[in-house]
Design a protein around this ligand. Structure first.
Ligand code: NAD
Length: 367
């Protein structure tokens, strides 16, 4: 387990790294507040047993960059409750976690893998701050609306145009058919894209003729594993990653592709739905192989934009409009600068975000 974050410390952060252990309940958690130069940090609270401090830091940094790129008045943070999301005392653990972050007022938690709107409602109830809330509490249901997947599809439309890839009939593979993956498939399907493979953690499904997206979402939401549906042929998770496509959407875990396995990916366009699904050295190699990647901080900002607008009491329609305009502008700038500056997409995205943070920091007297 790589739990050393010394290698990541730089001029941006992290501001705070906190390890939590409560002996009575056995709550174990990690909070990383990375950078708050733009304002109090918004970032998801993940629930998974195997998350490391380094992973939480890297996700917090992605939030710093994403929030800056989304022109939000928020810095970046992330937290993790180290437990299986299926654990029996989930509500109690979440409530106890909320109490332990009560005084960390620079951190506003939101939902992430293993947590949801209900979890955020428990946190709000305990400490009075959280985003990604249920509608009844003033929330904009970002996962039900599929706001992140919607933004992924907007990035896809623009990037496909850049590489002259017609969306109609383009073959799509989605790794991770959860909140982000399902919504990306749904919104891309509306543009004529053909889903040919998808998976969840239990396995994959392949159908070169095209998978009925609405039917697969319905099956998944009724509790059927993707690979158990009769809409295609079951494949293993390893086989899934080797299926040739035109568009690949990683929407599960970090570091799915690294330098050792990046060659397996045969596609033209990657829209990063998940956070850091491809290591930067691997992404550089894919760029050299001619694959266009729209990085996470640009493609998957729909969720955090919606959360921030919810925090400002704005409407669902405001959120759709803002996600569309932000992803459109950022994707256009990315594509223009990849050509103009001759750098890979992740380097350009990082430059774009750092320029905005640096500009904001010039207005701050006490950084
Ligand atoms: P989710 O839990 O709803 O879905 C994740 C999906 O990935 C599930 O279907 C799960 O079974 C599958 N999965 C898990 N491990 C897998 C593996 N090893 N191989 C294949 N599939 C696997 O989570 P989500 O909200 O859709 O988030 C997915 C990713 O997107 C995460 O990295 C998250 O941080 C990121 N993200 C989410 C949002 C959001 O709005 N929900 C916003 C930005 C980024």
């Amino acid at each position: 387990m790589n739990d050393c974050i010394d290698q990541f410390i730089d001029d941006l952060g992290p501001e705070k790294v906190i390890h939590i252990y409560e002996p009575k309940s056995k709550l174990r958690a990690i909070v990383v507040i990375d950078n708050i130069s733009l304002g109090p940090a918004i970032g998801g609270c993940r629930m998974a047993a195997d998350v490391t401090t380094a992973e939480v830091f890297r996700l917090a940094r992605a939030m710093t960059l994403k929030n800056a790129l989304s022109s939000l008045p928020h810095g970046g943070a992330k937290s993790a409750i180290l437990a299986d999301p299926g654990v029996e005392n989930k509500e109690a653990l979440i409530r106890e976690f909320a109490q332990t972050i009560k005084t960390l007022t620079d951190y506003i938690p939101g939902p992430d893998m293993g947590t949801d709107e209900g979890s955020m409602a428990f946190i709000l109830d305990e400490i009075g701050r959280a985003v990604g809330l249920p509608k009844v509490l003033g929330g904009i249901p970002l996962d039900t609306l599929g706001m992140t997947g919607y933004g992924v599809s907007v990035a896809g439309e623009i990037a496909a145009g850049e590489i002259s890839l017609p969306l109609k009939g383009a073959r799509l593979v989605v790794q991770g058919f959860g909140n982000v993956g399902k919504a990306a498939a749904k919104y891309l399907d509306r543009q004529g894209v053909k889903l040919i493979a998808a998976c969840d953690s239990k396995g994959g499904l392949h159908n070169p003729e095209g998978i009925d997206v609405a039917a697969l979402i319905k099956a998944k939401e009724s509790g059927v594993a993707v690979s158990a549906s009769d809409l295609g042929k079951a494949v293993t998770l390893e086989e899934m990653l080797k299926i040739e496509s035109d568009i690949f959407v990683p929407a599960a875990r970090p570091d799915v592709f690294n330098e050792a396995n990046q060659e397996q990916l045969k596609t033209k366009l990657v829209l990063e739905g998940a956070n850091i699904p491809i290591t930067h050295p691997a992404a550089k190699k894919m760029h050299e192989r001619g694959i266009l990647i729209v990085p996470d901080v640009i493609a998957n900002c729909g969720g955090v934009i919606t959360a921030a607008l919810e925090y400002q009491h704005q409407s669902e329609q405001d959120a759709f409009d803002r996600v569309k305009s932000t992803v459109t502008d950022n994707t256009h700038e990315l594509l223009r600068r990849i050509i103009g500056e001759g750098l890979p997409p992740h380097d350009i995205a990082l430059k774009m975000a750092r320029e905005r943070i640096a500009k904001a920091m010039t207005y701050r007297a006490h950084m």
